[in-house]
Every structure is written in C-alpha cells, then in structure tokens.
Write a protein that binds this ligand. Structure first.
Ligand SMILES: [Zn+2]
Length: 725
C-alpha cells in the first residue's frame, strides 16, 4: 500500500490504528493488538539458545544428527502448543561421501588436504565430526589427467578455451565459484557436456576471501582453508528426488532408474579451498588467462592443459535414504481450510550457523510466539502451517516431495508460502515477493523496529540505495526490485519456495538479512562466526521471528486477502519491456527493407501482450479501489469474502501452464522461472525462445501468456461485478 492511502485512512480514523491492507477499521485495531502481543514474545536470549542447539553438531541431510533435530523440533512444537505435529518420511535418492583424494603427480607432487584447519579462537572448528571436501551427487570414479583452468565454468569460458585450441575432453577442469556467480550444478552440467572427466571447483580469495576483507577468525570472509561444499544436482531441470520427477517419494511410488534421471549428474566433482587450488594453478602452463580470469592469488593464472597432471579419486555412497519433514500447524478459528504455509530447511552442510540454522532458530521463536497467542485465545482466522524441510541442500528435496504429495490440497487451500532460508548473515534486509504481495510486505516492514533505530522499512530503503550505488551482486541475486518499490519481485530458484511457486502456483515471499559472508557452506559457518560477525546480539534473528510472524498473521487474519493485482500487472509490463530491451536487435529482425514482410521485420509483436496487460491492470486497479471501499465501510459479508478470497487465490494458479516451460515441464509458472545458473528468469518460456530466436515457440509462448492474462482479467472482472452487486 502506498503512503498516501495509509495516511488518508489515518485521517479518517484519528483515534484508531491506521487501517491495514486487507482489514476493516475494526479488525485493523484488533490485528494491531494481536501483532503487538506477538512481537513482544521473541527475544534474543531464546534465539541464541535455539541457535546453539542447531549449530552444536554437523547435521547434513540424512545424518543421524539431522534426524534427531527433526524429533527435537517435533517435541518442541508439541510443547509450544502447535497442533497435528507429524514427521513425514520420504525415501529419496540421497548422497553421502565415502572418501576423496586429489594428488598432483606432475610437474611436482602435491597431495591436497581437502580439510579445513581448526581455528584457535573457535572451539567448534575442532569438532572431529566435520566432513572433508565433497559435493553432493558427484559420481564415484577415478581419473588421472591434465588439469585445465576454465574460469567460472560457464559455456562461454569453454568457448574461449576452444579458441585457444584447448580441449577439455577427458581432462580435469578447475573452475572457481564466482566471477560471475553461477550455481555449481550448472558448472557441473557444463563440464559434463564439454566431455571433461571431472570438475574441481574452488573458492578464489577475490570472490569470498582476503581480497574482500578480513578473514575468519578476524573478520567475516573465508579463510585460506575454507571449503564451499554443496550439491551439484541438476535441479534447474527438475528438483526433488531425481528418481520421482513430478511425483512424491511416498511408499510404493514408482521410481525411475537413476541412469534415466535428468537431474542426476554423471560427472565426478570435488570442491577445493584456495589453499589446495593454489599449487595446481601456479604450476600450470599454456597461454596466460585473460585479465578477467585472473583471481586474487599472487600468481599469474594460466589456462593449463598439459603440464599439471593429477590423480583424482572419489568414492560416494549415493542411494536410497530417508529424509524427514516436520510439519505442525495452528488450526484456523474461522477458515481452517485456507492455509498460510511457512518453511525453513533444517539440513546443513556442516554446522550451518547462517545456512540454515539462523532461519531455524527464528522459526522456533516464531512457533513459540504463535503457541502463546493461541493459549491466550488468539488463534489465527486461517490455518498457519509450519514445516522444517530436509534435504534442501540436495536438490530442494524435502519441500519438493511434500509439495508434490499435497499439491491438490495446496491448489485448493494455500494462500501463500513464506520461506526463510538464511535468516541472517548481516543487517541488510532482502525481501522477495511475487508482485501481488509486494505492497503488503512493504507495509508490514513499516510496523517493525530495526535495530538501527529506524523502522525496518526505512532501513530496507537505505540498504537498497546503498546496494544500488555499490551495484555489488551477492552470490544469490542482485536486487531485483522494480521501479519505485523495495520488494524484490524477480524470484529465481535455489530454495524451498520453488515447488510452491513454480509447480503449484502458490504466491511466495522470501525473507532474509544479508551481510559480508565468506564462509558459506564451509565448516566455519558456525556459532563462533554468528556471534562475532553475523548477528552477535541475535537482534536480527529476533526481528526475523517478528517479521515472519507478523507477515503470516496478516495473511491469516485479513478480512480480504491483501493481494494487489495492479502492482502485479505493472511488474509483468516491466518484465515484458525488459525482455524487449534485452533482445531489441533480435526482436526487430534483420535490417528492414521495403520488400520484407512485416513478419520478417518484426518476428514477435509484443503490442498485443502489452494491451492485454493494460486491461488486466485496469481490472486490478478497480478491484483495489472496490476492496478498499468495502473494507473502509466495515461491512464485509462472510459469503462475499469467501468468493472474493477464493477468486484472488486463483489468480496465481492461472499463471501456470500445465505443459510447463519448453524442455522443463516441471516448471509450470509462465511469469517466474530460473536459469540453469539459478538466476531469476522472468517470462521463462518466452524469454528462452526469444534468446534462441526460435520464433514459432516464442509466438506460442506469447499466446499462452496472453491467454493467462485474459483469463485473469476475466476473473478480476467477475470479482468486480460481484462487489458491485
Ligand atoms: Zn539454505
């Protein structure tokens, strides 16, 4: 909601709480009371206590410790007063390391440590249960071959190598994590397609180490030995259990052979610290690597390919193993069959202090507060479901299987899904929302105090402006905020919201505080790091519990759901304009000549789409106005609200195309998708077709988009007609 609207209402109601999006004046006042009770409950000492429990020991997906933590969450939730608490088991294709070794055999001998050294200041770093270097879903194997440096391991890097006459066939490629960032699974697929025998991926100090600033234990950046673990699952093709693509891994489910699974990699891969990568890089021959391929080590990076030879052996134990999703709820007092779903993953590569245990601690304080409200007679109107996912780090597996299992229910009942993966690695708020929920998220942040003394909204605005000036993209995303708004409405993949948005068509929100964070997926992402750099006073953990809970409560208690489809329309228009701008030359076709048909000059005409967006926007504006009027009157007939709310919930479902986007049928959303790199990709089917200059497909995708726009316009017009009666 914009400031103007809030202040107008405030003037009308001088003594009352300002009206909240989706609430009548009376229910706004009641909601404000509920929220202020809720906000008073989470506290930093409890956040820290919970955080310590989750970061005590390594708890990778499928491990005994991670399963014990599932039971711990179940028991805590029962004590806190959550209802219908259950652990759901999915037997999925999991991944575990057995052993790995890497030895340079020429021109000199070097045996990679593949371990992270303990830091004196940090007791947890001495824990013998810390794993060595491994990447989830690598295959087992053994190879002796020359090493080639392939920069970021993206397709254009191999093109450059080819131009230099360097082939990677049968060789080991050494790539770095960033510059530019791409998901390691995409690097693995690219290496596999190029015919490489194996991929080594290392953390260059230019990206997340000493070139950025002080390293752990003196600062937040990655030290010499830090290893970024991670999975290389091709979940950009289809997430979840690779053997049950598109259906849930419940007992008796059909399982396809792993050889046929498109998301299962067929290459060996291992991560390295820069300590282990440096001896390889400094001994390489071949042409000098281009300037933008040079990294932060005090050496000259060469392309290699001949002189440095290594022997790599990886033994994995990949196969069926149980993953456990913990689920609990507070049943809604009035609308139990309308669901607000909240989720955070539990599994971590090692201790996972930021990723994900900061989110888990925030979730435990949130559920404690919800339980207390319920005990004080403040049950939400709609049902709030909370889930602790498993195996997010391995192909988003727990949430995907759960979403696939309950897809029919979710289609009927889900209002929204709110994801918190990493609650905090610093003080800068990053809020993501499908465009229809962006205004309500922004409004919610106005009511929360940030530790800086400003409101969260003001702090968010300030950090967004700083980010724009610095234009520093994080490993996850740049700020995808559309013009004038703070919420990032450009949502890619890489966390548990994916099944909700892309497979089921549930509107999603994603919340997180970010900061300098160079120990991602390493053993140093631990309790010491959080208490010295990430969030020493647990104030941002506490704020996250408050924000997450208040956002959920607003969706759960609203009289009329706070969707804003005019904002959605405006965002879709920007997506289309961005697509046109990025492909200006392509879309205009060949240089025009008088004899060319208009078809040739204009391979894809976006005018009709833009016109359809205008009509959808007009219907959305009208609905906003009518809903506002209805709410201000304070008279909302229950039967009418049911019709309106269910109509509004249907809008997101209508953005799905049952056939999916071309080549990736699991991803059904026509507005939101992700590139193989995990980067956000708006209008995925249309954009990919335009980029490939595949005009028949582009025209077909444009038609699908227009059809969905027409369908949703019709739906909003029906709601407007209902309201006018
Ligand atoms: Zn995570």
């Amino acid at each position: 909601m914009n400031l103007l609207r809030t202040s107008v209402v405030f003037l009308l109601l001088p003594c009352a709480q300002a009206q909240i999006l989706g609430f009548t004046p009376t229910s706004s006042a009641r909601e404000a009371e509920v929220e202020s009770k809720f906000k008073s409950i989470p506290n930093p000492a409890e956040e820290r206590r919970q955080h310590r429990i989750f970061t005590q020991e390594p708890h990778v997906a499928g491990s005994k410790r991670n399963n014990e933590l599932a039971e711990y969450i179940r028991d805590e939730w029962k004590k806190q007063g959550l209802e219908d608490v259950v652990i759901r088991r999915y037997d999925v294709y999991g991944t575990n390391p057995k052993s790995a070794s890497l030895e340079m055999i020429a021109p000199t001998h070097y045996r990679a440590t593949l371990r992270e050294v303990p830091l004196d200041a940090d007791p947890d770093s001495k824990n013998p249960a810390i794993s060595g270097a491994w990447l989830g879903m690598s295959i087992s194997g053994e190879v002796t071959a020359p090493i080639v440096y392939a920069h970021s391991g993206n397709p254009e890097d191999y093109d450059l190598l080819r131009r230099q006459g360097i082939s990677v066939k049968g060789k080991i490629v050494l790539v770095r994590y960033s510059n530019p960032y791409s998901y390691r699974g995409f690097k693995a697929l690219t290496a596999e397609r190029e015919g490489a025998a194996a991929m080594l991926v290392y953390s260059d100090p230019a990206d997340d180490g000493y070139k950025q600033g002080k390293v752990d234990p003196d600062g937040p950046w990655g030290p010499e030995y830090h290893i970024q673990r991670g999975a290389i699952t091709y979940d950009f093709m289809v997430p979840g259990d690779p053997q049950t693509p598109g259906w849930a891994s419940v007992p008796g489910a059909k399982r396809i052979p792993i050889e046929d699974a498109v998301s299962a990699p067929k290459i060996m891969a291992l991560p390295l610290s820069w300590h282990d990568a440096k001896p390889l890089l400094e001994n390489m021959d071949g042409p000098l690597a281009p300037a933008n391929w040079q990294g932060g080590l005090p050496i000259q990076y060469h392309l290699g390919g001949e002189r440095v030879k290594a022997h790599l052996k990886i033994e994995m134990q990949n196969g069926l193993q149980p993953y456990y999703v913990v689920e609990g709820r507070i049943r809604g007092s009035e609308l139990p069959d309308e669901w607000i779903v909240l989720g955070n993953h539990r599994d971590a590569w090692v201790f996972g202090a930021v990723d994900p245990s900061s989110g888990t601690a925030s979730m435990m304080e949130l559920t404690r507060a919800l339980g207390q409200l319920k005990q004080q007679g403040m049950r939400p109107r709609r049902t709030i479901i909370v889930c602790s996912w498993d195996g997010e780090e391995v192909g988003l597996t727990g949430s995907t299987e759960w979403g696939e299992q309950f897809a029919d229910d979710l289609r009927q009942k889900a209002v929204a899904y709110i994801n918190v993966d990493e609650a905090t690695s610093g003080a800068n708020f990053h809020g993501q929302a499908v465009a229809s929920l962006a205004p309500m998220l922004e409004e919610t942040t106005r009511t929360l105090p940030d530790p800086s003394g400003k409101t969260l909204y003001e702090a968010w605005k300030a950090s967004t402006e700083r980010e724009k000036e610095g234009k520093k993209s994080t490993q996850f995303s740049d700020s995808g905020a559309a013009n004038g708004s703070l919420a990032d409405t450009r949502i890619g993949s890489g966390s548990d919201h994916t099944v909700f948005l892309n497979f089921i068509g549930v509107p999603v929100l994603g919340l997180g505080f970010e900061g300098d964070y160079g120990v991602y997926h390493s053993a140093y992402d631990d309790f010491f790091w959080m208490n010295h750099f990430g969030d020493p006073g647990y104030r941002y953990h506490t704020l996250m519990s408050q924000l997450w809970g208040v956002t959920a409560l607003r969706l759960a208690n609203a009289d009329l759901l706070p969707f804003d489809f005019a904002t959605y329309a405006n965002n879709i228009r920007q997506f289309v304009q961005d697509l046109a701008k990025a492909n200006e030359k392509t879309m205009r076709g060949q240089p025009s000549s008088a004899v060319q048909s208009s078809e040739t000059r204009q391979p894809l005409d976006l005018k009709q789409i833009l016109a359809a967006i205008d009509v959808f926007e007009a219907a959305g504006k009208k609905l906003n106005d009518s809903l506002k009027e209805k709410l201000a009157s304070g008279q909302v007939d229950p039967k009418l609200t049911l019709t309106l709310n269910h109509g509004m919930m249907q809008v997101e479902r209508n953005w799905l195309n049952p056939d999916g986007i071309p080549g990736r049928p699991w991803f059904k959303h026509i507005l939101y998708g992700a590139r193989f790199t995990y980067a956000h990709l708006e209008l995925p089917g249309l954009t990919e077709a335009v980029e490939k200059q595949d005009w028949p497909t582009a025209r077909q995708q444009a038609e699908i988009l227009q059809r969905a726009l027409r369908e949703n316009t019709k739906l909003l017009e029906q709601l407007n007609a209902t309201l006018a009666q």
